[in-house]
Design a protein around this ligand. Sequence first.
Ligand SMILES: [Fe+2]
Ligand SMILES: [Fe+2]
Length: 174
Amino acid sequence: MNSLDEFIADHASCERKAHASAMMMVNRYPDYPELQRRMISLALEELIHFQQLFEILTARNIRLPSDQPDPYVKSLMSVARDPKDFHLLDRLMIAAVIEARSAERFCLFAAKLPEGDLKDFYVKFAVEEARHFPYFIETAHLLFPSSDINLALDRVLKQDALAVQSLPILPTVH
Ligand SMILES: [Fe+2]
Ligand SMILES: [Fe+2]
């Protein structure tokens, strides 16, 4: 709460990255039209989120920060396997876990905010973001057997546990 502007600026960057990562999937997987369709829908939603955050930054007189490496995401990406299909499954699970953790943090953030427009926005927002974890899991189920999905999710969650132990506490989403 003491670094409200910093948190909101980081959040805006996260939305821009979520949009970019969904569009990267659209570009990278031409053989999976259903995946592309779902990622285009998600990219639209994330772009609208980014626009909303950009307007909040502008109203608070904050500049959008330039892209910074995210050590949490980098740590999760380290478990993405190489072969093409497993790489896709791992990317979907990494995205699912990032979405789940982000939604958790937006809930915590919303709960702490004082009554007002910003709190109302984040309460609504946390509910919207909470849909993205199951969205990535459902997408994986269209393409992969449950046993592979469970295994891949487990690997990412183990890395998530390791990553959060080593990351410093900062006013950022992750
Ligand atoms: Fe979003
Ligand atoms: Fe999201």
